[in-house]
Ligand binder design. Structure first.
Ligand code: PLP
Length: 383
């Protein structure tokens, strides 16, 4: 292995999670696999064909570069939807390649019409409406002009979708805000329909919304985190378990992250370990160095807090997480040797390091930890 660590992606876990999602989708609800952020760190090039093998035919990304990566790694001819950034100078490429995209600004809508006319292919647009998140989306007062532009340019625009995004459906604290967003969406939807503009599909739901507010599933769900085996947050998990009267975590994590012991060292009592004075050895200690640091996505906020698995034991990070390495305390683990497997995320023997344990020990969200795993760590599919 040339790299200092390796990521494994489990196919059976993905199949399990897809089944879980399918069981919770209404009849005829389409599924879009959200693969932005390098497929939440899993690696677009590895994840996309794997998902296609499991029957996925619709992928959502943030930007044109991600759309291109999906396009280059597909086996079939799936729908690709850009939900975020698309520059005016990328419109031609998107339209020619049949890439669908969110439109949330009049400038982009006009440029889309202009480019589609020039290219001679209708653009497949999803009109994103502002319902209360206040990030992207057409505001109420822009809607008449949007409707006019759509009507006047039907030859150049395909009104694929009408969509919005919820501002935190995973937390009950946002209940009123989500409810209000649902209401705004319905009113805008009716406005379009009453004006003779019926979108081919309506979609609003992310993972949290599809679980907590099943009515938001409409024609299509855009699901990211669940398919990778995680709940959007702890509250969404507890809500789900309580409602289903289940005790077991219902998803399976796809990802495992493994490295090796790089070197061993004995530290005398009274000495500090690593930079500065953040860790003092109170007794003689055995320290293993691991070639993983914050440059590899192991947050510095896990200094003196993180845990890894070695020889079937859970051991602690001591001292600061450095750029490329960290030290762990293996004093009470017998015979640790250079080259021993180190599990950063995943299972070893009876023990497991979950991604959730990172968020408990630092301020990182599971979304954040995953997407910060560097793209150049090799990903390997395992059954
Ligand atoms: C990221 C994203 C999703 C998916 O969110 P999950 O919580 O991972 O399911 C859906 N829609 C939009 C617009 C997004 O940006």
């Amino acid at each position: 292995m040339l790299w200092t660590s390796e990521i494994e992606i489990s196919k059976s876990a993905l199949e399990h999670n897809f089944q879980f999602i399918k069981n919770r989708l209404g009849k005829n609800v389409q599924f879009s696999s959200v693969v932005k952020g390098n497929a939440y760190g899993h690696g677009i090039e590895v994840f996309v064909p794997l998902a296609e093998n499991c029957g996925v035919n619709h992928f959502s990304v943030f930007s044109a570069d991600e759309a291109l990566r999906v396009q280059k790694s597909t086996l079939t001819n799936p729908t690709i939807l850009i939900m975020g950034m698309l520059d005016n100078n990328q419109l031609e490429w998107a339209i020619k390649n049949g890439i669908e995209f969110f439109v949330f600004e009049l400038d982009r809508l006009k440029q889309t019409v202009f480019t589609a006319k020039r290219v001679g292919i209708p653009a497949k647009v999803h009109i994103e409406v502002e319902t209360g998140m206040n990030r992207t989306g057409f505001s109420k007062k822009e809607i008449p002009e949007v409707m006019n532009l759509l009507k006047q340019n039907m030859g150049n625009l395909e009104f694929k979708g009408l969509c919005t995004h919820f501002a935190g459906a995973e937390s009950i604290a946002n209940f009123h805000r989500i409810k209000s967003q649902k209401g705004v969406y319905r009113r805008v939807q009716n406005r379009f329909i009453n004006n003779g503009l019926t979108p081919q599909i309506c979609h609003t739901a992310c993972s949290a919304a599809m679980l907590r507010y099943p009515k938001t599933q409409m024609d299509l769900v855009r699901v990211g985190i669940l398919q990778y085996g995680f709940f959007p947050n702890r509250e969404a998990l507890i809500y789900y378990l309580a409602k289903q009267k289940e005790l077991e975590f219902p998803l399976e994590r796809l990802i495992s992250w493994k490295s090796k012991v790089m070197s061993m060292k004995v530290v005398k009592a009274g000495e500090f370990v690593g930079y500065g004075t953040s860790f003092l050895a109170n007794t003689e200690m055995k320290i293993a160095t691991i070639p993983i640091g914050y440059s590899h996505g192991f947050s510095r906020s896990l200094s003196n807090r993180g845990r890894v698995l070695i020889r079937g034991f859970r051991v602690s990070v001591v001292g600061n997480v450095n750029m490329n390495m960290m030290c762990v305390d293996v004093t009470n683990v017998g015979n640790v040797e250079k080259g021993d497997e180190v599990v950063l995320i995943g299972r070893q023997g009876d023990l497991e390091i979950s991604v959730a344990s990172f968020s408990e020990n630092s301020t990182q969200l599971n979304y954040e930890l995953l997407t910060r795993l560097p793209g150049d760590i090799p990903r390997k599919i395992v059954s």
